[in-house]
Design a protein around this ligand. Structure first.
Ligand SMILES: [Zn+2]
Length: 186
């Protein structure tokens, strides 16, 4: 970051008071611009005993296979993001069953939340970011042509848990009322 998104002035790298690391600080308006990891949401989606995979139409890793996944948007829940990505990349309508895995990738400043999901109908089609989409048998996973390491990791996990109830972490938000309340007070 070179310029302040609040006032347009040049920013400086500086450790703010009470902080422990340099931040982008705007000397003109005092804004501190925190940079934090991005959240990627996605899902291993099945219909019956077949798995949905997508061949990427975009860089990076164009032409390699992946599961529907992408950056979470502001204003949506992680599960809404995963459902949106399934629709955008594979025109797939999914029901999320639970969380398969959380991967922290500090080298690329990402946290990935990857779910297990079921397709409500087997109709799928390539969205603009996919060259093609397929429902494949598990033994046909193209392990050597996967776009990202995390896709391989989560598909191994999904394969281990195939046909079982889990363990999957529950998804969604805990009820706001009741003992303990919610940590953010709403
Ligand atoms: Zn500023």
């Amino acid at each position: 970051m070179r310029f302040c998104s609040a006032c347009g002035g040049p920013v400086e790298q500086r450790v703010p008071p009470l902080d422990d690391r340099p931040r982008h600080v705007c000397p003109a308006c005092g804004a501190i611009h925190y940079l934090n990891p991005k959240i990627v949401v996605g899902s291993a989606c099945t219909f019956g005993d077949r798995l949905l995979i997508c061949r990427r139409a975009i860089e990076p890793r164009r032409g390699l296979w992946t599961i529907p996944a992408g950056y979470m948007e502001l204003g949506e829940s992680a599960e809404e993001g995963a459902r949106r990505e399934a629709w955008e990349e594979a025109r797939a309508v999914i029901l999320i069953e639970g969380l398969l895995a959380v991967y922290s990738l500090p080298r690329i400043d990402q946290v990935q939340l990857l779910y297990r999901a079921r397709l409500t109908v087997p109709e799928v089609a390539a969205g603009p970011e996919s060259l093609e989409v397929r429902l494949i048998d598990w033994q046909d996973i193209p392990w050597d042509e996967l776009a990202f390491r995390t896709v391989g990791w989560v598909l191994r996990r999904a394969l281990e848990l195939r046909g079982t109830g889990g363990p999957l972490a529950p998804v969604g938000n805990p009820p706001a009322e009741g003992p303990g309340g919610s940590p953010d007070g709403d």
